[in-house]
Design a protein around this ligand. Structure first.
Ligand code: NAD
Ligand code: UPG
Length: 463
């Protein structure tokens, strides 16, 4: 009999993770991914998946309808499952105590209540969502207080480390899989049961076992350390711009120190994505709750620096364009928070567009994967006082050349590969002079652009 697995939450994590579990587990597993969002589930069952992720289509096509199912019937899937992943969103709280900092765990709690109410057999409940430390304790209390007699629940922490854009590769070959659980005999048996699932494709030495709290905290720590590196190199980029140093050269020089390593040292307009800021703020809130204000301040600074980097870049655009962008067309190349995803959550592009709209700029946006409606939604969310300004000031193009044509400045905000190969000579002919190009991702051929005639402004260097 296959192991019956349910995943609550068919988002960027639940969908790809469970698709890979189904692919790699084959006949040994039956995986059902459930969500309350009918539209999302319909998309998972269609030819146009709800998220763009390289390689995902192929994985889903191979398993869907065989050992992988997408459904809105949460109750039946919970009843049937032996292992239940909870992979729902845990955004920053937007209300009440901890507003703007703490993680909102109401969706996680709601899953626990659903599981308790409908379980007719014992379950292993796995925190896949990123949660504040000690959430497992809350889950255990809710589950035990609300379940039928004779049913037991074992809670495991199994945070996900995939990055968007490389999710399938990250899931196929994870650096590690982390499983935290109780040290009791039952806890260890639950850890082993989940380990067996991953062991269908992950070497056992990469499956790390810890106690529950270490596992929960390690997820926040990993994201804090990763984001801290970006803020560190971005802080250096500001110094580079004023000293004649080149941030790419500095990154190469420090990255060759094997103690530092070369990854995650790309200066940029600022990190985005649904995780870094949220998880650092979650850590800050934890430190504050533990009465560790110095620790809280230390980590908060990573986010402060990121906000500074975004604003610094917007100011540079405005300064270069003779201190006014009012009624000038500015083309934003890229709106996703990184390449190879259509996700815009916390994308630096949203905030840079906001700064430019505040100055009255006309913005044209091109992104190869972000949907038109998503861009409008994001820009309206930062235009609450005047949502109509989005219709007034923003045009969204499906052709990059139309987006760039006639612009006073072209601004690269996402590192999409295709941006490198555009015919910038042809584009230059259409632009008012002096023509400006701002490379917020360090991807373009700057000397070539200069030779065409562009004024080239780059993060972390003076060209
Ligand atoms: N996005 C990433 O790259 C990433 C990577 C690692 C970890 N995480 C963490 O994983 C979690 C999920 O992130 P995501 O990006 O997949 O979020 P998401 O918003 O894309 O998906 C969450 C899904 O959960 C569903 N949901 C919410 N409450 C529900 C309920 N009670 N019953 C059924 N479905 C419910 C929502 O409808 C939504 O479709 C978060 O805690 C996040 O921090 C995300
Ligand atoms: O050197 C770098 C590396 C990244 N970024 C930016 O940082 C953000 C985040 O990038 P990345 O970490 O690659 O993508 P995410 O999908 O946000 O993944 C992070 O967040 C996930 C959610 O918790 C974790 O699972 C992953 O391990 C962690 O890398 C993006 O805006 C990138 O452009 C830089 O500016 N410079």
């Amino acid at each position: 009999m296959p192991t019956k697995i349910c995943c609550i939450g068919a988002g960027y994590v639940g969908g790809p993770t469970c698709s890979v579990i189904a692919l790699k587990g084959g006949d040994n597993v039956k995986v059902t991914v459930v969500d309350i969002n009918q539209e999302r589930i319909d998309a998972w069952n269609s030819d146009e998946l709800p998220i763009y992720e390289p390689g995902l289509d192929e994985v889903v096509k191979q398993c869907r309808g065989k050992n992988l199912f997408f459904s809105t019937d949460v109750v039946s899937a919970v009843k049937e499952a032996e292992l239940i992943f909870v992979s729902v969103n845990t955004p920053t709280k937007s209300y009440g105590i901890g507003k703007g900092c703490a993680a909102d765990v109401r969706y996680v709690e709601s899953c626990a209540r659903t599981i308790a109410e409908h379980s007719e057999s014992s379950k292993i409940v796995i925190e896949k969502s990123t949660v504040p430390a000690r959430t497992a304790e809350t889950l255990q209390k809710i589950l035990q207080a609300n379940c039928r007699d004779g049913i037991t629940f074992d809670i495991l922490s199994n945070p996900e480390f995939l990055a968007e854009g490389t999710a399938i590769k990250d899931l196929f070959e994870p650096d590690r899989v982390l499983i935290g659980g109780e040290q009791s005999e039952r806890g260890q048996a639950a850890i082993e049961k989940l380990t067996e699932v991953y062991a269908y494709w992950v070497p056992r030495e990469r499956i790390l076992h810890t106690n529950t709290w270490s596992s929960e905290l390690s997820k926040l720590a990993a994201n804090a350390f990763l984001a801290q590196r970006i803020s560190s190199i971005n802080a250096m980029s500001a110094i580079c711009e004023s000293t004649g140093a080149d941030v790419s050269e500095v990154a190469r020089a420090i990255g060759m120190d094997s103690r530092l390593g070369s990854k995650f040292l790309r200066a940029s307009v600022g990190f985005g994505g649904s995780c870094f800021q949220k998880d650092i703020l979650n850590l800050v809130y934890l430190a504050e709750s533990l009465n560790l204000p110095e620790v809280a301040d230390y980590w908060r600074q990573v986010v402060t620096l990121n906000d500074y980097q975004e604003r610094r870049f917007s100011r540079r655009i405005i300064r270069c364009l003779f201190n006014t962008v009012s009624t000038k067309k500015i083309c934003l190349l890229g709106f996703a928070f990184k390449k190879d995803t259509g996700d815009t959550r916390e994308s630096a592009a949203i905030y840079i567009a906001q700064h430019l709209m505040d100055e009255g700029a006309n913005i044209s946006v091109y992104d190869p994967k972000v949907k038109h409606a998503q861009i409008v939604h994001d820009l309206k969310s930062v235009s609450r006082d005047d949502p109509a300004r989005v219709e007034r000031l923003v045009s969204i193009e499906t052709d990059p050349y139309a987006a760039m044509s006639g612009a006073h400045a072209i601004v690269v905000l996402t590192e999409w590969d295709e941006f490198v190969d555009y015919d910038y000579k042809k584009v230059y002919e259409t632009l008012p002079k002096p023509a400006y190009i701002f490379d917020g991702r360090l991807i373009l051929d700057h000397s070539k652009l200069k030779s065409i005639g562009f004024n080239v402004e780059v993060i972390g260097k003076s060209v």
